[in-house]
Design a protein around this ligand. Structure first.
Ligand code: SF4
Length: 896
């Protein structure tokens, strides 16, 4: 009685962000007030790009905490553990604060501090010389987490180079090709929140692509009564929350999905009207010399998929046929409100993995759930990239080190094959920029990476741009410290839900300084030490490459407001927000702000919401549907391509329809009597960030090892208990890890998270929170052995927590023992491994790794032999309509 009704606010009101006072939690029970200026920014710890608010102490300019930004349309104020943990990365006592140059042989671990001036002059002169001498393909930029949207395309197209290399073919090339062939967009945008049935081939509730924004919408749907089905060989945290878990043998997923399609087709439960209007069935029938009448297609469809019975799928996958049939009927019942998603997972594990994306999207096509409320939208309907000032023209150069003729359909660059191509003398690099990327650790066959990175005849200069130490940085000539999420400018947008939005990442201390009247001209100086932001680095470097503007490069890095003067961050983003984001100027004006000031204040803007059925919109040059020209889809037929004429024309007609093919870990290839298993090495943990969280003490304490999951029955057969050491033998070597015996993985399958197993060869070279000190022995003839000398242990630093490290084992680096497995179409590295698992012998120690890189070259050649090289029709390197990052000019597609 008498209590005052109170409303708790989750966030301070945005009109008080500039000057916000609250009690300091650490001073409890004393009541000490702290004054902050709250600056919005964007998390950089995974691709989801959740909005964050940085609480910057007005007195010290220290960031005191990071929370979710409620104005961010994707994340709606929520973040995962990795977002706030950014603070531990900012304050990491081990972080790289100054640019450094190597002394002595590459990889020998001797460094000297240098100035940014020295770095810019040296790299600028090298790139300039390469351009003047027309060695256009000798400059390469290899990126892990991009964290930007368009800036690097401007940069390299401004330089006239085909220089962009990505991490995509260790990540998502497989799914991308499957989706792209259907709709001309390489990603789905599932409208999870409104779905009645959700089918995931991913672990979206814990880690999946665009994890937090998607997870919260999946949970919204589930709380509203939607069914959640998860197909995964492993009982992931996501599968444990599902209504239905569908465990399948790795690589059999397309068979199960096509069996579901077949149930729907044979019972004619599909949306015939949608299929008739929006798939290219006529084109298919004509190609088969069948009269193009829809009843003929209905008949043909039944014949084409009749073999995919639930019984067949059960034999392939081990999943009960009744579960397959029930899921099919439930999906048919959900109709237009059926949302599905496959990303990484099976598409990234298996030879022909891209067929899984073809098969799952087939279910959306059959149910008419494409572009609908609760269905799946093409990703470009929901992703917004703003117009930018003075954009360069597409490059006229084609790099065959990145886009070799053998892989005309590869969805991104053949990044995993760079060491093999360099060893095969297909080219060399003068300047190799690796940026927020660690191929030595992340990619398969890391010892081959070390071999080429040490060889200056193959890579003359390696500059790594990174916020953290990593295994690849050890083999660099320059280590260039780059900003973390709250230390840089970027715009971000992606398909989190049925909305188009843009968010603004900001260097928060710089913004705080400006708010308090301290004028800044660069982010250098606002960040700790000499940590810089990349946009400003690239502007400076571009001016060094083309100091007088004669090469036509400099003009793309000049102010749109003050011709001839250097571009600033305010210029670039000011122009972009004024001219490139519809509706933003008006919205800003309504608050009495410029568009830039609006974005600096709120950090986010929603461009359009709830745009469904966009393919139906009338469009003059669209596709004619029953007498009306409509927008359609981004394929050659402007329809959803059930039959891919492109694949047929380029010599892959057996895959032109959604189909299934045995992969490299098909059951028939695994002999249990020889202790052979299928290893799933791909899964993420919710509290790690690939190779970038070694500098977070908070995340390291939460999880730090990657034991090998093995089913109870298999463990019993091997005589192995949880914690015992096992030796896992691959095609090119072996690793030794601890077993974790569980019923949460299928018998015959073993699993090991790709997180952990970070290492360093000296005290320096990787953050000690989460790396072991190792000794590498070069045994000659391409044979290497790695042994852990010690795991994590307490160390002295400015942070007293470093003396409190209680964990010791920090995982095993399994990727070193994998050869490359490039899918001949998508180019995706097929991660799953056929392995032999035995109890460790007396000489084996935790973390041991042995590899033979000559064997890895043999495996590379075996997989290369599966390709069907360009030229395709018209003498092209690649079908021109397929998506390609940093798309070159049409003439570059022509093989001379
Ligand atoms: S999901 Fe977590 S790590 Fe990823 S952007 Fe959001 S807060 Fe950051």
């Amino acid at each position: 009685m008498g209590a005052v009704p109170m409303r708790l606010n989750a966030y301070p009101p945005s009109d008080r962000w500039e000057d916000w006072t609250e009690l300091d939690s650490k001073s409890w029970p004393r009541k000490v007030e702290k004054r902050y200026t709250i600056v919005p920014t964007v998390c950089f710890n995974c691709e989801a790009s959740c909005g964050m608010l940085a609480y910057v102490d007005r007195q010290t300019l220290e960031i005191r905490k990071l929370e979710g930004n409620p104005h961010s349309p994707n994340s709606r104020g929520r973040v995962c553990a990795k977002g706030p943990a950014t603070l531990s990365q900012v304050n990491d006592p081990e972080r790289i604060l100054w640019p450094m140059k190597r002394e002595g042989p590459r990889g020998s671990g001797k460094w000297r501090r240098v100035t940014w001036e020295e770095v810019l002059n040296d790299l600028g002169a090298r790139v300039r010389k390469a351009i003047l001498e027309k060695r256009f393909t000798e400059i390469m930029y290899h990126v892990g987490r991009p964290g930007e949207d368009g800036w690097m395309q401007r940069t390299f197209q401004g330089w006239g180079l085909d220089a962009h290399n990505s991490h995509t073919n260790v990540c998502s090339s497989g799914a991308r090709l499957g989706y792209d062939l259907w709709m001309g967009n390489d990603r789905p945008s599932p409208d999870f929140a409104n779905a009645r049935y959700i089918l995931l081939l991913s672990s979206h509730l814990e880690t999946g692509h665009y994890f937090n924004p998607h997870a919260q919408r999946i949970m919204d749907a589930k709380l509203g009564g939607a069914t959640l089905a998860v197909m995964d060989s492993r009982l992931s945290n996501t599968a444990s929350q599902a209504t239905v878990w569908l465990p399948t043998w790795p690589g059999s997923e397309a068979a199960v999905l096509l069996a579901m399609a077949n149930v729907i087709i044979q019972r004619e439960l599909y949306d015939k009207e949608f299929v008739r209007r929006w798939t290219n069935w006529e084109e298919y029938l004509r190609n088969e010399n069948i009269d193009p009448a829809f009843p003929n297609f209905v008949k043909a469809l039944k014949g084409l998929y009749a073999m995919y019975t639930p019984e067949f799928a059960e034999d392939e996958s081990g999943l009960d046929r009744r579960k397959i049939e029930k899921a099919a009927l439930d999906i048919a019942r959900a109709g237009k409100a059926f949302a599905s998603h496959v990303w990484r997972n099976a598409t990234s594990g298996n030879l022909h993995g891209w067929l899984v994306a073809r098969a799952i999207f087939f279910l959306n096509v059959l149910t008419g759930s494409v572009g609908t409320v609760g269905g799946v939208l093409p990703n470009l309907w929901n992703k917004f990239v703003p117009k930018m000032p003075n954009p360069p023209a597409p490059q006229k150069v084609w790099s065959e080190l990145l886009w070799p003729r053998e892989y005309p359909f590869t969805h991104h660059e053949m990044s995993i094959l760079l060491p093999h191509f360099l060893k095969d003398r297909r080219g060399k690099l003068d300047v190799y920029f690796s940026r927020t990327y660690n191929p030595v650790w992340t990619n398969p066959d890391g010892f081959s990476w070390m071999e080429v990175l040490k060889d200056e005849s193959k890579i003359a200069c390696h500059a790594t741009m990174t916020p953290v130490w990593n295994e690849t940085a050890w083999f660099a000539d320059y280590v260039l410290p780059m900003g973390l999420g709250p230390e840089r400018h970027d715009t971000m947008s992606f398909e989190s839900h049925a909305s188009k939005w843009i968010t603004f990442r900001q260097p928060v201390r710089r913004v705080a300084m400006e708010r308090m009247g301290k004028k800044t001209t660069s982010t250098l100086g606002a960040n700790p030490g000499e940590v810089w932001e990349e946009d400003e680095f690239w502007i400076e470097l571009s001016w060094r490459i083309d100091p007088d503007g004669a090469l036509g490069i400099r003009r793309h890095f000049e102010s749109p407001y003050r011709p001839g003067e250097k571009l600033t961050m305010d210029d670039f983003f000011g122009w972009t927000f004024e001219n490139g984001v519809p509706g933003l100027p008006e919205k800003a004006k309504s608050e009495g702000l410029t568009p830039l000031a609006y974005m600096r204040k709120h950090g986010a803007f929603e461009v359009a919401a709830n745009e469904y059925e966009m393919h139906e919109r009338p469009k003059e040059d669209g596709v004619e549907i029953e007498g009306v020209k409509r927008t359609g889809f981004a394929t050659p037929s402007k329809k959803l391509e059930f039959w891919s004429k492109t694949l047929a024309d380029w010599g892959w007609k057996e895959y032109a329809l959604p189909t299934y093919a045995h992969g490299h870990v098909h059951r028939s290839r695994i002999d249990a009597s020889r202790n052979e298993y299928c290893l799933l090495p791909t899964f993420r943990l919710p509290t790690q960030i690939h190779t970038r969280s070694g500098n977070s003490k908070w995340l390291a304490e939460l999880s730090h090892a990657n034991p090998m999951w093995i089913h109870t029955k298999d463990a019993r057969r091997l005589g192995v208990r949880s914690g015992d050491l096992v030796r896992v033998e691959t095609e090119i070597g072996h690793f030794v890890n601890r077993a974790m015996v569980t019923e949460a993985i299928m018998p015959g399958v073993v699993g090991c998270s790709h997180h952990f197993g970070r290492w360093r060869v000296e005290e320096r070279g990787n953050d000690r929170w989460l790396s072991s000190l190792v000794r590498i022995e070069e045994k000659g003839d391409g044979r290497f052995a790695m042994r852990q000398v010690e795991g994590a242990r307490p160390f002295e630093s400015t942070d007293p927590d470093s003396r409190r490290i209680w964990w010791r084992e920090v995982g095993v680096h399994q990727n070193l023992t994998f050869p490359v497995h490039p899918d001949p179409l998508s180019g995706m590295h097929c991660w799953h491994q056929k392995v032999r698992v035995v109890k460790a012998g007396p000489a084996d120690r935790y973390g041991d790794v042995e590899v033979d890189t000559r064997k890895s070259m043999d495996v590379y050649r075996q997989w290369l032999a599966m390709t069907r090289p360009a030229p395709g029709p018209g003498g092209l390197r690649r079908p021109m309509w397929l998506q390609r990052p940093f798309k070159p000019a049409p003439e570059a597609y022509q093989i001379p």
